[in-house]
Design a protein around this ligand. Structure first.
Ligand code: ATR
Length: 290
């Protein structure tokens, strides 16, 4: 007879470099406590050129699933035998697991953003952006993870701007068929349009440098909302900039919790309640900053 009580709980991890800042172990521990699931979830640092080896070693150790963060999302995408449609469009994977066919990968970042926006904006939880005009700033890894789900969430028009225009063109080209299928007018713009967007999503890494973006007057304005994928104990520079321009602005902590919840659901077949977990995380961020 197997003694299930003495067997170690299934092992999960988040891989990144750096990784010590990651809140994923905390979030998954809170989800596990809430749903009564036994699991271990650890933060794992992998060498920048050694993700595949680190993932193999993790699997050999008994690992059953993992999240993947910067800079390994593309490596993870490459390694997967089977990828979700979202991962395929993003060319990035943030959630992996193994089944009889081998390594599978999904990307839960975009659905995480859409769910957080649904919470913040109200309306149809699956199509919170129905009919809206959206300005998306950035065309790097973060932007490519969210563009597909923004299109399928019913956005009417998306203006895509990036400092380096070629990257925006490539990202838009990859999403052209999806945009056409959903009736979304997806345009690359040389300058962020003024007096146009209902909502602005910042997927650039500009906040990391401690500064906002140089945006012409009227891009951010009263009556619209703005969302920064970055988050912090204090307002991010973009959130502060958007509020100063009169917009309603939020940071990306809610998206972090929602993308984790979707990974959790893929692995455990049960959707956790995200609201209390987000409240705990927000409070812990504030305490850590004191
Ligand atoms: P990530 O995975 O965080 O998206 P990335 O792929 O390196 O990282 O992309 C960073 C994004 O932030 C890019 O869109 C980048 O613009 P470029 O493609 O022109 O490099 C954008 N970015 C970073 N710093 C920026 C700044 N100070 N102003 C405007 N855009 C910035």
């Amino acid at each position: 007879m197997t003694d299930t009580t003495s067997r170690a709980a299934p092992l999960y991890a988040v891989f990144g470099n750096p990784i010590s800042h990651s809140r994923s172990p905390r979030i998954h521990a809170l989800f596990a406590a809430q749903t009564g699931v036994a699991l271990r979830y650890e933060a794992r640092l992998a060498p920048v050129d050694g993700f595949a080896e680190a993932l193999d070693a993790f699997r050999a150790e008994g690992g059953v699933g993992a999240n993947v963060t910067v800079p390994f999302k593309f490596d993870a995408w490459r390694l997967c035998k089977r990828r979700s449609a979202a991962a395929q469009l993003a060319q990035a994977v943030n959630t992996v697991g193994w089944d009889e066919a081998g390594l599978w990968g999904d990307n839960t970042d975009g659905i995480g953003l859409v769910r957080d926006l649904a919470r913040l904006l109200g309306g149809d939880p699956h199509r919170p952006l129905e009919g809206r005009r959206l300005l998306l700033l950035g065309a790097g890894g973060a932007a490519s993870g969210i563009l597909g789900p923004l299109i399928t969430a019913g956005v009417r028009a998306i203006a895509l701007w990036n400092r380096t225009g070629d990257r925006a063109q490539a990202l838009a080209a990859r999403h052209g068929a999806l945009a056409a299928q959903h009736g979304t007018d997806l345009q690359v713009v040389a300058e962020p349009p003024r007096q146009w967007a209902d909502g602005v999503v910042n997927a650039t890494a500009a906040s990391l440098g401690g500064a906002g973006l140089e945006l012409a007057e009227g891009v951010l304005r009263p009556g619209i909302w703005a969302y920064d994928l970055m988050y912090g104990a204090q307002d991010t520079p973009f959130v502060a900039q958007a509020r100063a321009a009169g917009a309603t602005a939020w940071d990306g902590l809610g998206m972090l919790v929602e993308q984790a919840a979707q990974s959790y659901t893929l692995w455990h077949g049960e959707a956790p309640d995200t609201a209390p977990v987000l409240a705990v995380l927000r409070a812990e961020l504030a305490i850590a900053a004191d």
